[in-house]
Ligand binder design. Structure first.
Ligand SMILES: Nc1nc2c(ncn2[C@@H]2O[C@H](COP(=O)(O)OP(=O)(O)OP(=O)(O)O)[C@@H](O)[C@H]2O)c(=O)[nH]1
Ligand SMILES: [Mg+2]
Ligand SMILES: [Zn+2]
Ligand SMILES: [Zn+2]
Length: 236
């Protein structure tokens, strides 16, 4: 019971919330199975608004599209703007516009994935909505969670929004070309991320100057190779 106003959260409300999360988990497992049927490695990109997700994707496409078949699902509240940027690169893309919902969930991804030529995609990137809070709670059925933290956002974000860093396999510190203009100590931020999630990899890059970009590309290629091998083992 709340001491301030005496209210008690209704049991039914709690049950509904639990059911939503359970349903999302089931849907996410279904998505993951579908991705595996098509041997697609799916990657969920999360971050605050404007950390550089679409720019990262544009550059990643430049590096990888001659070697791999790529696909993108874009999530935004409104506009097809990010999908247009990807479409210009000649990559299959589906834009989800959520209207008012501030995160993507597994059902939205399920609908979107069936709009893409799954048999022609090897790596599928999902750009989540710009939000450091609730996307962390929703498994989309992806294989990798990647969170971007851009230098202008400040050093304190991992400590203030720990959950998204906790559920991530890789933290990409972006816009490092801006380091000379801002108080952002890469080492210190790396340490605070390690405290929250000792298993996460941490990399730093600039999509503008391409500094550090090679490590990200190598990470993706390695992850895809390992994923393919793990699928072969599952089949045996
Ligand atoms: N200096 C610098 N600016 C960058 C870099 N990457 C992206 N930007 C700029 O940051 C701004 C936001 O980039 P986007 O790629 O649109 O960011 P986003 O995360 O996709 O944004 P939302 O989808 O709105 O959440 C743009 O003005 C980019 O040009 C970088 O490496 N260095
Ligand atoms: Mg974007
Ligand atoms: Zn939300
Ligand atoms: Zn399905």
């Amino acid at each position: 019971m709340c001491k301030e106003c005496g209210c008690t959260p209704k049991r039914e409300t709690l049950n509904i919330l639990e059911d939503i999360m359970k349903y999302n988990q089931l849907q996410a497992q279904h998505n993951r199975k579908r991705f595996e049927k098509y041997e697609i490695l799916a990657i969920n990109l999360m971050s605050a608004p404007g950390s550089g997700k679409t720019t990262l994707l544009e550059k990643t496409i430049d590096f990888l599209s001659s070697k791999y078949s790529l696909g993108v699902i874009e999530g935004d509240l409104e506009t097809e703007r990010d999908a247009e940027r990807i479409r210009k690169k000649g990559i299959p893309v589906f834009q989800i516009t959520t209207g008012s919902a501030c995160h993507l969930d597994a059902s939205l991804i399920h609908k979107a994935m069936h709009q893409l030529p799954l048999d022609k995609i090897e790596l599928l990137f999902i750009e989540n909505l710009g939000n450091l809070v609730c996307p962390a709670n929703y498994d989309l059925g992806t294989h990798l969670n990647v969170t971007l933290l851009s230098v202008p956002e400040g050093e304190d974000k991992p400590e203030k929004y720990p959950l998204i860093f906790k559920v991530s396999d890789l933290i990409l510190i972006t816009k490092i070309d801006l380091l000379p203009y801002l108080d952002f100590n890469l080492e210190k931020v790396g340490e605070s991320i390690k405290k929250i999630n000792p298993k996460a990899k941490v990399m730093a890059l600039s999509a503008k100057t391409e500094e550090g970009f090679k490590d990200w590309i190598e990470f993706l290629e390695e992850a895809y190779k390992n994923y393919k091998q793990s699928i072969v083992h599952k089949e045996l």
